[in-house]
Design a protein around this ligand. Structure first.
Ligand code: ATP
Ligand code: PMV
Length: 196
């Protein structure tokens, strides 16, 4: 369920927002290559916990919303898996990294605003600066989850390699080597969660 007017947060709408209410008990930062299954895993977690408990946060939401405003584009069409979005992906990556370079927490602050559920799943953690922001603000409640699928599986899911950037996520994308350790690794389709 996506809250109206908050396309970047999926979960129960409304609820009293108070300073204490905004503090999560668990923040799962999902990362993985294109079409590895990040959204699928996030939705699976929310389905099991329920939208009152678990909110799905998408950092690309506020990025696409602001990018669409500044470039006169259709925000809703940037949200779906369409060629329209792919047309602008490279420039959105460039624009987003410029924003992050001047203010690393720019998109993070927007997605966490007013979220009252105790469990947050950030389904598109793509940059180290995103990880560092959440760890700085929410400390030990943050757990890193690497979603992995074979290249063959990802190709079956219509992933197309884009030469201009590593794995279609921008040259700054969150490669496993950038982090010393993941809390969890989810290998699909084995669905095996394990501490690496
Ligand atoms: N474990 C799974 N079992 C069956 N289908 C899956 C599984 N994981 C992902 N899929 C399907 O593969 C496609 C891509 O998955 P998903 O959108 O979750 O990937 P993603 O990593 O979020 O992609 P993107 O890189 O575009 O953000 C979707 O159609 C999804 O339903
Ligand atoms: C620009 C960008 O946010 C687009 C993400 O689109 P999507 O998650 O594939 O729907 C990717 C990025 O930030 O590197």
């Amino acid at each position: 369920m996506v809250c109206p007017g908050r396309a970047h947060v999926r979960g129960a709408c409304g609820g009293v927002s108070s300073p204490m209410a905004g503090l999560p008990r668990l923040v799962l930062l999902l990362s993985g290559k294109r079409k590895s299954g990040k959204d699928f895993v996030a939705e699976e977690i929310q389905n099991r916990l329920g939208p009152d408990v678990c909110a799905i946060l998408q950092l690309s939401g506020p990025l696409k919303e602001q990018y669409a405003k500044e470039h006169g584009l259709d925000f809703q069409r940037l949200l779906d898996a369409s060629d329209y979005k792919e047309t602008y992906r490279q420039d959105m990556i460039r624009w987003g990294e410029e924003k992050r370079n001047t203010d690393p927490g720019f998109f993070c602050r927007i997605v966490v605003e007013g979220v009252t559920q105790p469990v947050w799943v950030v389904s598109d953690t793509r940059r180290l600066s995103d990880v560092e922001w959440f760890q700085d603000v929410y400390g030990s409640t943050v757990q890193l989850v690497r979603v992995v699928a074979t290249e063959e599986t990802r190709k079956r899911r219509n992933w197309v390699f884009i030469v201009a950037c590593v794995d279609g996520q921008g040259l700054g994308h969150l490669h496993p080597l950038y982090l010393s350790s993941w809390t969890w690794r989810l290998d699909q389709p084995q669905h095996a969660w394990y501490r690496p």
